[in-house]
Write a protein that binds this ligand. Structure first.
Ligand code: FES
Length: 653
């Protein structure tokens, strides 16, 4: 009679296998994604499956209770030790006895799909460059002498079909004790990049290593550094953390940092050291927060603008300060973390840096392209990633254009009198009652809105420290809508606006948001200087977007995606009231959170995404804002709120 039919779900893959075939073997032969670290030795438990019994007309299968071999002693031992979920079997132990339908649960899939937290519901498919393998290694033999590493390489070849294995010196020194302690059974963490011809052993453990392996996605901005620690098996974000870029003390924006290097020989080295030290500190913080051993961090993916890119790598950025803005390299980089003095993670950790697009358009813009995929869009989409430098992409299936625009740090809360990084204590949302002119707000870390007047809502206002980027955008837009601000950006006096919250400051006025000085707390106001800083930032952003639209020959776009490393998502209404972005139907303006950071996470979790973005970058048309004569004109006209000449018909609705 014919061999039993095995159908795997959810893949639908099926085939006939002789009685006695382990489920794991059947899965492998059919190319079903079923995980295994121990190679079927019954010790890793990664191969768990759920058999289904009964009638399955859809699959043409009737599965009897005895269609799988009986629960065996290996499974029993595992169940006693760790507990197997109800209905689960180990795929390497259960063997096929009859027709059967077998489900591979999400956690047993290597290429599991991770739902992104961003507003869009796209997913990341796990395919990390670093994975764990358990191997049994031959013992040394005097008669056929070979080195321990050579026998490890042979075991990886025979047991996992992995060729060309190498090990760095720090691994070699751990290998011999690990092999002997593990009685010739070890686990290796193996890394293979998308364009590598060989695999690298990053670490070894005696026996089966049951700890996790992790990676970092770091968005290295001019003003803030944001990091996500991800589990390299599940893709889960274990912790997120951020800090101010310490290079700020050398210059607030990119060009002032380049000037610092020009004026101060050795300034580039100072800034490289500062940022690397900060990143090492950030790695320690985030590992502590996630309660993991920093030695279990094996990879870091960086996205950053070209100047940050060069300073991170220890390359003098002066060429980026003048036309033709030549990068030392625009290619992606794969290197050892220790080459960059990043010592806070595993000794052999690897670093991947996304490719840059052009002299002013960096790996951060590439990351936004990877995350938001404008080149797959049917309609014309404008994507703005707001930071000290805004990354702007415009495109659809036909063609994608990119530029970057020097918005300055105002959108990140810097250069704002009460501004701060998006962190607990910062006001992130704000509304102003157009009648009473009284504000109410919400602080990061609390989901409670403050009361409109008096601010005696203790829970909402305790620990308040300042106002972050998304908060200041809302504050300025709300002030405009409440008539506290005219279209040139001037704050009215108490008489003009009818509220005592307008307080004179020299020859200008400020708007009072919150006064906690009586309790030793902060005085939070929006000053005329703050409004001017936001106007400069938003004009630069708008002008960059307009330039891309000119290049593409359009006056409107179909939709807008707002992104930024802010704590909260940017409110589309407020962004448009302010004139940060061109007019578009409000329901076509969406927020994507930190798109550059998400792009970094995708490249961290899926090694082939690195090849994808390297190819995509080559197809993007770069527009250099610094040399476009029209930029200045667009910039001046965009200074008014929302704009001097461009219409905003959608706002009137
Ligand atoms: Fe490791 Fe089955 S493959 S327990």
């Amino acid at each position: 009679s014919a061999d039993p039919l095995v159908v795997f779900t959810p893949s639908g893959k099926r085939g006939h296998f002789p009685v006695g075939t382990p489920v794991l073997t059947a899965a492998r032969q059919l190319g079903v994604d079923l995980d295994s670290v121990c190679g079927g030795r019954g010790i890793c438990s990664k191969c768990q499956i759920t058999p289904s019994f009964g009638e399955f007309p859809k699959h043409g299968v009737t599965a009897h209770k005895d269609a799988l071999s009986e629960w065996n002693s290996v499974e029993q031992r595992y169940d006693d030790k760790r507990g197997l979920k109800e209905g689960r079997r180990l795929g390497c132990q259960a063997t096929v006895q009859g027709d059967i339908v077998i489900d591979v649960p999400e956690e047993s899939q290597v290429h599991k799909q991770v739902i992104r937290k961003a507003a869009s519901d796209r997913i990341i498919t796990m395919d990390p460059a670093t994975r764990l393998y358990f191997i049994e290694v031959d013992e040394p033999d005097m008669h056929t002498p070979t080195g321990d590493l050579e026998r490890v390489a042979r075991a990886l070849q025979e047991q996992w079909q992995i060729d060309n294995v190498r090990a760095a010196l720090p691994v070699l020194s751990k290998l011999q004790p690990a092999l002997r302690k593990g009685k010739w059974q070890i686990t290796v963490a193996l890394n293979k990049g998308h364009d590598d011809t060989h695999a690298r052993i990053l670490d070894v453990w005696p026996g089966l290593y049951e700890g996790g392996i992790y990676g970092l996605a770091i968005d290295l901005g001019s003003t803030t550094i944001a990091a996500h620690l991800c589990d390299l098996v599940t893709g889960e974000v274990k912790a997120s953390s951020g800090l101010m870029n310490p290079q700020i003390r050398f210059g607030e924006d990119l060009m002032s940092r380049v000037s610092y290097v020009m004026m101060n020989p050795g300034g580039d080295v100072e800034m490289t050291t500062a940022v690397r030290t900060a990143i090492n500190g950030l790695i320690e913080t985030i590992a502590t927060e996630a309660e993991i051993d920093p030695n279990a961090i094996f990879e870091t993916v960086f996205v950053c603008n070209p100047v940050m890119h060069h300073l991170l790598l220890g390359i003098d950025p002066v060429e980026l300060g003048q036309a033709p803005f030549a990068l030392a390299t625009s290619d992606s980089m794969s290197l050892d973390a220790r080459e960059m003095d990043l010592h806070a993670m595993n000794d052999n950790a690897r670093v991947y840096i996304l490719p840059c697009i052009a002299g002013h358009v960096g790996a951060d813009a590439a990351a936004v392209a990877l995350s938001e995929e404008p080149g797959k869009s049917d309609d014309l989409v404008l994507i703005v990633d707001v930071g000290t430098n805004a990354e702007i992409l415009l495109g659809d299936k036909d063609r994608v254009l990119a530029c970057s625009s020097p918005t300055g740090p105002a959108f990140e809360g810097a250069q704002i009198s009460s501004g701060q990084r998006a962190a607990p204590g910062a006001i992130e949302r704000l509304e102003i009652n157009p009648e009473t002119k009284e504000p109410r707000f919400r602080v990061i870390g609390s989901d409670i809105w403050s009361d409109e007047d008096g601010f005696d809502n203790a829970t909402a206002t305790t620990g308040i420290t300042g106002i972050c980027g998304s908060g200041i955008i809302e504050a300025v837009a709300e002030m405009r809508m409440a008539g506290l601000l005219d279209d040139s950006g001037l704050i009215g006096s108490a008489e003009q606006t009818g509220t005592s919250r307008s307080i004179p400051e020299g020859r200008t006025h400020s708007y009072l948001i919150h006064d906690a000085t009586a309790d030793g707390g902060p005085l939070i106001t929006v000053t005329q200087g703050d409004i001017r800083a936001i106007q400069l930032a938003k004009s630069a952003l708008y002008a960059g977007a307009r330039l891309l639209m000119d290049e593409r020959g359009v006056d409107t776009v179909d939709r807008v995606v707002l992104a930024g490393a802010f704590g909260a998502h940017i409110s589309s209404k407020h962004a448009m009231v302010l004139g940060m972005i061109p007019d578009a139907p409000l329901d076509k303006v969406t927020s994507a959170g930190n798109a550059a950071g998400t792009g970094a996470r995708i490249a961290l979790c899926n090694v082939m995404a690195r090849a994808t973005i390297e190819k995509t970058v080559g197809e993007i048309t770069k527009v250099e804002t610094a040399i476009e004569p029209k930029f200045q004109e667009h910039f001046v006209n965009a200074n008014a709120i929302p704009h001097k000449t461009d219409p905003f018909p959608e706002l009137a609705k």
